[in-house]
Design a protein around this ligand. Structure first.
Ligand code: ADP
Length: 381
């Protein structure tokens, strides 16, 4: 057969992240980031991918290598059309283009990355892996908003969920950590990065998640509000005189932690709290309150919770966030061990007490590895 390497590309509007993985042993051969595309020497995504290609060639890992089996592309929005990793064809690109209205900032950049990579290696299988796909198993009761069905269907208004590759990877890794079959384990996954989302996963199948039509719904995030009364939007328009674009920017870029206290980095918020800063304290408390609400909600959704897994920048590193999120929940069978929680470490680990009915874990996420795995599995199917 052909090679065992997969190049993973994550194209943003002004950046291109890449990783080259060898699926024979899961090792990472190279990784990097091209930033400020369109601003200076890197004129566009074509130039950015040429740069990536040069960087790889300089390490003897050129894109012309027969070792390369596939390119895996992260695509943010798959709508209801894409529920699985998909081999990219002209038709698939056209379908992803149709989904641009649902993800106007992300999908165009993803499509550009796909087009450029296909021009460079037209012979190579290229696979789209969608952020929404893992959540496509949500029942209609969780996926529907309670609005007029005709209006909703006419405009694709429903809950899609995001961070799907991370929730898929972490729920599987949690079952492995527990030494149990994925099918037997019910897990609440808390992906707490700059963007943040929770999901309820029953036996490896997602049954609910906190992000919705867009990544704005749900938890308090670095710069996004998460849940709010939709009437806040009308109020800001009618009474505040803000335009639709201004409200969009307010809720996506100047809300969440940064809106509440001026900082979106949990490390800085913690430092300020330690100095007695009241705004930082309030931001932290709002963040934790929302998180606890989702933990309670997903406990009820799942009925029986076997594990709670923390992941991403905040979830993996901020012990005090984990502690505050699960404090005094022994009535739900959740007991965190303070010493275990305080240990820092790079690998998946348990932080629950021995007498905790629910296992609590810290599980580093690896979206690139998950994308590579899914792409590789598809081309070898
Ligand atoms: P993204 O959503 O951009 O992928 P990450 O998952 O990398 O984000 O998370 C980034 C966030 O993680 C930072 O904004 C910061 O709040 C938080 N973070 C990173 N390292 C630490 C740390 N050591 N302690 C607390 N928070 C951290």
């Amino acid at each position: 057969m052909n090679g065992t390497r997969v190049l993973v590309l994550n194209s943003g509007s002004s950046s291109l992240k890449y990783q080259l993985l060898d699926m024979a042993d899961g090792s990472r051969l190279a990784s990097g980031l091209v930033e400020r595309i369109g601003e200076g020497p890197v004129a566009d995504h074509t130039a950015a991918l040429s740069k990536v290609s040069e960087e790889l060639a300089a390490q003897g890992l050129g894109l012309d290598s027969p070792e390369l089996a596939a390119v895996g592309h992260r695509v943010v929005h798959g709508g209801t059309r894409f529920t699985e990793p998909t081999l990219i064809t002209d038709e698939v690109v056209a379908e992803i283009e149709k989904l641009v209205p649902l993800a106007p900032l992300h999908n165009p950049a993803n499509i550009t990355g796909i087009k450029v990579a296909r021009e460079l290696r037209p012979d190579l299988p290229q696979v789209a892996v969608f952020d929404t796909a893992f959540h496509s198993t949500m029942p209609e009761s969780a996926a529907r908003y309670a609005i007029d069905t005709e209006v909703a269907d006419a405009h694709g208004v429903r809950r899609y969920g995001f961070h799907g590759t991370s929730h898929a990877y972490v729920s599987r890794a949690t079952a492995e950590l527990l030494g149990k079959d994925l099918a037997e384990v019910n897990t609440i996954v808390l992906h707490l990065g700059n963007g943040a989302s929770a999901s309820a996963v029953r036996g490896g199948v997602c049954v609910d998640t906190s992000m919705g039509l867009t990544p704005l719904e749900g938890l308090v995030m670095g710069t996004r509000s998460g849940d709010l009364d939709p009437a806040v939007v009308f109020h800001l328009a009618r009474v505040g005189g803000l335009s639709t674009d201004e409200i969009d920017a307010l809720l996506n870029k100047r809300s969440g932690l940064i809106g509440l206290c001026g900082d979106n980095d949990m490390r800085e918020i913690t430092r300020r709290m330690d100095e007695g800063d009241e705004a930082a304290r309030l931001a932290f408390e709002v963040y934790i309150h929302r998180l606890r609400k989702y933990i309670g909600a997903y406990t009820a959704v799942l009925g029986r919770v076997d594990a709670i897994a923390f992941t991403a920048g905040v979830g993996e590193n901020a012990a005090h966030v984990r502690e505050a999120a699960l404090r005094d929940l022994s009535a739900l069978g959740i007991v965190v061990d303070g010493e275990r929680n305080a240990v820092r470490g790079g690998s998946a680990r348990l932080i629950s007490a021995d007498d905790s009915r629910v296992a609590v874990a810290v599980v580093p996420t690896d979206e690139e590895l998950e994308i590579a795995n899914e792409a590789y599995a598809l081309v070898n199917a």
